[in-house]
Design a protein around this ligand. Structure first.
Ligand code: SF4
Length: 259
């Protein structure tokens, strides 16, 4: 069974297709996964593996470990493009997320002022006042939105709460209109006998309507490039991603393709 990728709170820097040289912050357990989604393509594996025993890092531990790593990287003359919240689950679930973001912004300003602070979030907590304050502090507020069709989103992202549906997420995301990056993973495959495909014309049309409503500064479209828990999922070919991107751009939106 595929399990978590990250075994520390601070990891990398890693070369990222979208973010350049990126130092990662994993606010979730180091030996398990904690997420409000359970995506079929999650690189950290399914939630069924459990949350482990380490618990989530404390605010102070994140601050001290990040400070130490930034000092090392600065002394080594390394270049950093981004300090990125990602890891073994959804970072905004951390109870001290807002204060941790504040600490990270201050440390970034001190050691690598040119680096961006990036949060990769599935948007399920985006309506919480403290999460909203935190996401407004960062440079790259990257929110996942894979399908505007409820049946597809429920099958692909598998929200833990039965109340999460695309329309509800879009209402929560109204507060970020014009101030977010939307990230959409395109995949095809099957799961438990059901076809999963968010690349159809109807899916792309529905996504475009959602993007137009959110007015993101950028839409990142990408596909899988690592093993996925649902092994039937296939990469969407680069030329097809480009075709989808052209359709979105035709509506006046800005798209980045990470094939
Ligand atoms: S939202 Fe991210 S961390 Fe959570 S299950 Fe999906 S891919 Fe994994």
């Amino acid at each position: 069974m595929q399990t978590v990728l990250f075994h520390s709170t601070i990891f990398g820097p890693l070369k990222s297709r979208r973010l350049g040289n990126s130092l990662g912050i994993n606010l979730m357990p180091n030996d398990g996964k904690l997420c409000s989604f359970d995506c079929l393509y999650c690189e950290a594996g399914y939630n069924a593996q459990g949350v482990g025993t380490s618990g989530v890092a404390t605010r102070n531990a994140v601050k001290q470990q990040l400070k130490r790593r930034l000092e090392e990287l600065s002394a080594a003359g390394e270049k950093l493009d981004s300090i990125t919240f990602s890891g073994n689950g959804e970072p905004t679930l951390h109870p001290d997320f807002k204060d941790i973001v504040g600490d990270v912004v201050r440390l970034r300003n001190r050691y690598f002022p040119q680096a961006k602070v990036t949060v990769l979030s599935n948007a399920t907590m985006a309506a919480k006042p403290n999460v909203r304050k935190a996401l407004k502090m960062v440079d790259n507020n990257v929110l996942k939105f894979d399908s505007a069709v409820a049946a597809t989103m429920l099958a692909l992202n598998r929200p833990v709460s039965p109340n999460v549906i695309p329309e509800g997420l879009l209402m929560d995301l109204d507060a970020y209109r014009g101030k977010c990056i939307i990230q959409t993973m395109f995949v095809r495959g099957t799961h438990e006998g059901r076809i999963i495909d968010n690349t159809t014309d109807a899916e792309v049309d529905a996504l475009i309507n959602a993007y137009l409503r959110l007015e993101p500064t950028l839409i990142q479209v990408y596909t899988i490039d690592r093993p996925t828990p649902e092994t039937s999922l296939e990469r969407v070919p680069a030329d097809e991603l480009q075709r989808i991107a052209r359709r979105i751009e035709a509506e006046g939106l800005t798209v980045q393709v990470n094939a």
